[in-house]
Write a protein that binds this ligand. Structure first.
Ligand SMILES: Nc1ncnc2c1ncn2[C@@H]1O[C@H](COP(=O)(O)OP(=O)(O)OP(=O)(O)O)[C@@H](O)[C@H]1O
Ligand SMILES: [Mg+2]
Length: 417
């Protein structure tokens, strides 16, 4: 298991890696994993150097230390794979006994954000060739085989190492996905699972459009037909094609901004109220991003996107300055309860409760007056109520699927508290 690595970054406006610093994992006297990071001297001397995380890894000549998350700093953890990507790497390595750094080292260079990792002080050349959209059918086949393996452990599909390499992606998230290039842009392809209860690709696509109608700044998306099935393509907002290759934006998840993790113990800090404080400290357009976050929170409540955990929010820095990323991963979750629904993060005075009153209860933190906040909620409620069905049908969600998700929209309890 590796215990140290170099961290590379693609600086704003450039397309190649430079070495930013070194991470060393060790254990403290009690045996707890501890991570230490130092920026390289040469990196600190550059005029164009940027911090990997302006809140936790400031551009300074000192040793940063963390005991959290097995010694992995949030900014580095965000660049690593989570459930789906780890699964591919473990399958490829033939073992699940990998260290945190192995996941970073063994993942392909299509990871979210501007960072890269390696064992050499000299950075590698950036990835030049990506899967193309015409390869989607093959990619979906391999993803399906991997899912079958998961659902029926005895099943053997003879997935080859080169198949896994082809599929390999280090984007986060739990759903099966790959990264594909189409024209001059990179897209995250999210595949439907055979055991999905409805056509997730179409539904998520429709939710992005509905979000846009509600005034949200959303990621661009489209549907690709792969054989008889649909896949959702979401345009990557952390990559932009330039003359010499892909420019990259640094990216931090809200999990990192909140200095927290995925586990249940960490949940106390999963909060829109804490997140908006961080946005106000970090973002160039603090009032704009604070209001945008308010709208996203309201939208999630209105469509019962109760899986709005902090990895589903991020900030990006295409240049030196930081901004809230476009909205992504918007999925309705129809639930049994009609009276009460909770979001994944704290919303207001009544905790995580997804109700109109709770949403506006802490509006000042989002730099909104009670009138402004109330107007936004009313307006968005009207749009979701009157438009969700039409938007969904227009984007090809079937009548049956609409029925399956219909109880997600402006549920009864929204105005009941
Ligand atoms: N358009 C995009 N551009 C850049 N990065 C993205 C984009 N969409 C998603 N990501 C990154 O990829 C990760 C996974 O994407 P997404 O949340 O859509 O997948 P998922 O598998 O549905 O996630 P979950 O585990 O929340 O269900 C996100 O957390 C984010 O870091
Ligand atoms: Mg997600």
């Amino acid at each position: 298991m590796s215990s140290e690595l170099f961290v590379y970054v693609v600086l704003p406006g450039r397309t190649d890696f430079v070495t930013a610093g070194r991470l060393v994992l060790s254990t403290d006297r009690l045996g707890n994993p501890r991570g230490r990071f130092v920026y390289g001297r040469r990196y600190l001397e550059r005029d164009d150097a940027v911090a990997l995380d302006p809140l936790e890894l400031q551009l300074e000549d000192r040793t940063f230390e963390t005991l959290r998350m097995n010694g992995l700093f949030g900014a580095l953890r965000d660049a690593g794979p989570d459930y789906w990507g780890r699964r591919i790497i473990e399958r490829h390595a033939g073992t699940a006994a990998l260290g945190e750094l192995d996941y970073l080292l063994q993942s392909p260079d299509d990871r979210a954000g501007a960072l890269g990792f390696g064992l050499n002080v000299e950075p590698p050349a950036p990835m030049r060739r990506y899967n193309r959209t015409i390869e989607l059918a093959r990619l979906q086949e391999i993803a399906d085989a991997l899912l079958r393996e998961e659902m029926e452990p005895d099943h053997s599909d003879h997935i080859q190492a080169q198949d896994l390499l082809l599929l390999g992606t280090s984007m986060g998230g739990a759903r099966p996905k790959a990264v594909v290039e189409d024209g001059d842009a990179l897209w995250v392809a999210k595949f439907n699972r055979p055991d999905d209860r409805w056509n997730q690709a179409r539904v998520e696509h429709a939710m992005l459009r509905l979000g846009q109608e509600c005034g949200l700044h959303v990621a661009q998306s489209r549907i690709a037909q792969v054989g008889s099935r649909d896949a959702l393509l979401v345009r990557r907002f952390d990559r932009e094609h330039g003359e010499a290759g892909y420019l990259r934006a640094r990216m931090l998840s809200a999990l990192t901004l909140l200095r927290t993790g995925d586990s249940h113990r960490d949940r106390e800090r999963w909060s829109y109220l804490l997140l908006v404080e961080e946005l106000r400290r970090l973002c160039a357009d603090a009032p704009g991003d604070a209001r945008e976050l308010f709208r996203r929170m309201v939208f999630n409540a209105l469509i019962s996107n109760t899986d709005d955990h902090p990895r589903n929010h991020a900030v990006i820095a295409p240049q030196a300055a930081w901004q809230l990323s476009p909205a992504y991963d918007l999925t309705p979750m129809p639930q049994v309860s009609l009276e009460r629904r909770d979001l994944a993060m704290t919303v207001g005075d009544l905790g995580r409760r997804a109700s109109a009153r709770n949403l506006v209860s802490q509006c000042a933190r989002f730099l909104l007056t009670p009138d402004e906040a109330g107007d936004i909620v009313n307006q968005m409620e009207q749009i979701v109520r009157s438009r969700w069905y039409q938007v969904a049908r227009r984007e090809g969600v079937s009548e049956r699927d609409c029925e399956a998700i219909s109880s997600s929209f402006v549920y009864e309890g929204f105005r009941l508290d």
